[in-house]
Design a protein around this ligand. Sequence first.
Ligand code: PEP
Ligand code: MN
Length: 255
Amino acid sequence: MSQALLIIAGPCAVESPAQLDAIASSLQKLGITHLRANIFKPRTSPSSFQGIEHNGIKIISSVAKKYHLKLVTEILDPDHLLLIAPIADIIQIGSRNMHNSALLKKIAQAHLKNPILLKRGFAATKQEVLGAINYLKEYGHQGEIILCERGIRTFTDGEYSRATLDLNFLAALKSDPLFHHRIIIDPSHAAGTAKLIEPLALAGIAAGADGLLIEVSLEPYLSQAQSDKEQHITPDVLKNIIQKSKQIHQLINKK
Ligand code: PEP
Ligand code: MN
């Protein structure tokens, strides 16, 4: 029996208590169990919105509690660990930090039982991904490590998508008898545009993904989002993707 799909949804960045509350409420109504709620944002430009940072800690923990959702949130720095570990059900390590061995060591040495969602670096080889997982394991992380494929940098560079969702990598790891971690996919950061989320999500499930990480928002917050506005989908669209994903997942796991 395969495990149920892990669906993690929420905004790219938490921007206000009202925004997160509205999104969490709509996700709970869809039966979603995991809320992505990031307050520390790794941005390319220092002049871009960096997240609401420490001001968000109370917001994410109280909204997740209010709607009985499991909290998934990213840390960028070892200093965030003390604050985030007690409130997060899953700690996210983003693409840019997959190669940050000092951070991986610090997180691992805390011997936490919280699962870690490790996002593949956008130019990381299989060996580099396995190396990052091994840092976490060998330095003492106690919880599950869930890998996330979020697209790699190829030559598309914004022409029709943001990155290339590497389904070859997903299928290769899923068929590797030595690899035992769950792998989910993030179609949002691969697509960069809302209209590609459904086809990429469904293709990922068909290729063996164990779940999805998807950016979701709703009006009036969606059109004012300070990061990744173009790639958020609405709860209605997500509902449809989940229904189809469950059917595909069942089909491919049929014995
Ligand atoms: C994110 O999921 O919030 C994110 C920043 O994605 P990535 O680390 O894959 O770029
Ligand atoms: Mn984003």
